[in-house]
Design a protein around this ligand. Structure first.
Ligand SMILES: Nc1ncnc2c1ncn2[C@@H]1O[C@H](COP(=O)(O)OP(=O)(O)OP(=O)(O)O)[C@@H](O)[C@H]1O
Ligand SMILES: [Mg+2]
Length: 408
């Protein structure tokens, strides 16, 4: 079973490419679910079908659904909110304040992804293609399961009985309050469990991969590198960058202002594509079609331009080490004697020559004649490179705080 997530900025073509990918997979004989977690649902428009919360079969092997995030919120999270509110007002917190305190940003998207996981684990589909929301949102929510389970773990550690006693004691309600606490903690436990499951699905490279969609414009290059770094740091696997709406070059015989416009736009896009090709992730392109690609036939044409004769959802390889990791090797907190190591996985790097250069907030790594540009994680932007070494396929770059910017 494979899960392929499409994300990227607003309007770049996430929905279209997710629908195109699902359609092509179904035509190749696989059982596919195309599902949207974006509250602004438009998957149905792309597929020219009426979609709801329950998957409907649009053609042989192709099912699609819009996850109804509102209903999810009212259901599982709603129940938990009621418990939390009771708990807080029992502790003397004003009802309105309690209301505010129990609003958890991002939980809507999170529940939607948990729903995707549930669908994926029914085993009804070989591939689940997900149309996610825009990058910033998606990024934040992809990190959320981990952040939230860490938070819950701290709040309700394993020795929960002591905590229960303590919480009940705080309200002054003593033993009578016990069942309410129990229910709240059980509900939180349930949420934490869901999150852990979701997290393990998202970080499992043998099942899940992310396609980052963009349009080839100069402004997106640096941002794309930052997004790649952030996703890699969360242990998420991006298996392709997808440049959408790529223009064809006009034939040389074509003259006139329109030809000149096209020639210039084309050259500009090609320059951006050449830069994007230096990212440490494969780059694919989808052609700009003349008409909006909606409906199966048009979507298949887009998929054809994107994948050609390659498999849109190839079986993922064995679990690989993360593309990029940061670890502290000395010091603690913000101490100036801190030292960090950035570990980049570069398969086959040991065989060839290697060159390393810092370019502002990016690192240019040239190995075996190929240059890769990697955006530095924020903590390392305030450091200088003080060394580098190879360890198997890993390039370890050593960073120490730059005193002029470290504590600012
Ligand atoms: N390759 C393409 N050629 C021509 N038009 C395209 C192409 N890809 C997408 N479009 C059109 O661009 C518009 C935006 O695409 P789409 O809805 O897929 O983007 P999105 O990233 O899902 O947007 P949102 O962030 O709003 O969800 C749609 O009208 C779609 O038909
Ligand atoms: Mg969309």
């Amino acid at each position: 079973m494979r899960v392929v997530l499409f994300t990227g900025k607003g309007g770049v073509g996430k929905t279209t490419l997710a629908a195109a990918t699902a359609t092509m997979l179904a035509r190749s004989g696989r059982k596919v679910l195309a599902v949207s977690t974006d509250p602004a649902h438009s998957l149905g428009d792309a597929l020219e079908a009426d979609l709801g919360g329950e998957p409907v079969e649009l053609e042989a092997g192709l099912c699609a659904a819009h996850i109804d995030t509102r209903a999810l919120l009212d259901d599982s999270w709603g129940r938990l909110q009621v418990h939390l509110r009771t708990m807080l007002s029992g502790a003397g917190v004003d009802e309105l304040v309690a209301d505010e305190l129990t609003v958890l940003p991002g939980v809507e998207e999170l529940l939607a992804l948990a729903e995707v996981r549930r669908a994926a684990e029914t085993g009804l589909w070989e591939v689940v293609v997900v149309d996610c929301g825009p990058t910033a949102e998606t990024l934040r929510l992809l990190a959320l399961p981990e952040a939230l389970s860490g938070y819950l773990e701290r709040l309700f550690p394993a020795h929960r009985r002591a905590v229960r006693g303590l919480l009940a004691g705080l309200t002054g309600a003593g033993r009578d309050a016990q069942p309410a606490w129990d229910r709240t903690i059980d509900a939180l436990d349930g949420l934490a469990e869901q999150l852990t499951g979701l997290r393990s699905m998202l970080a499992d490279h043998t099942r899940t991969s992310i396609r980052l969609v963009l349009t080839p414009e100069r402004v997106v290059v640096a941002e794309t590198r930052r997004t790649l770094t952030a996703l890699a740091l969360h242990g998420l696997h991006v298996d392709a960058l997808v440049a959408n709406r790529v223009l064809p070059g006009p034939p040389p015989s074509l003259r006139g202002p329109a030809a000149r416009w096209l020639r210039e736009r084309h050259a500009e896009q090609q320059a951006v594509l050449a830069e994007l090709a230096t990212a440490p992730v494969p780059l694919r392109t989808a052609a700009h079609t003349a008409a909006e690609p909606t409906g199966v036939a048009a979507l298949l044409a887009v998929a054809q331009s994107l994948y050609g004769s390659t498999d849109p959802a190839p079986p993922a390889g064995p679990l690989a080490a993360p593309l990029l990791q940061v670890r502290r090797t000395a010091g603690s907190g913000t101490s100036p004697d801190s030292e960090f190591e950035l570990v980049l996985r570069l398969p086959g790097v040991a065989a060839g020559s290697l060159d390393l250069a810092r370019v502002d907030d990016e690192l240019a790594v040239t190995a075996g004649g190929t240059r890769r540009m990697v955006a530095l994680p924020s903590v390392l932007r305030r450091c200088t490179v003080t060394g580098a070494r190879l360890s198997g396929d890993d390039l370890c770059v050593v960073f120490t705080p730059d005193p002029s910017v470290w504590l600012r």
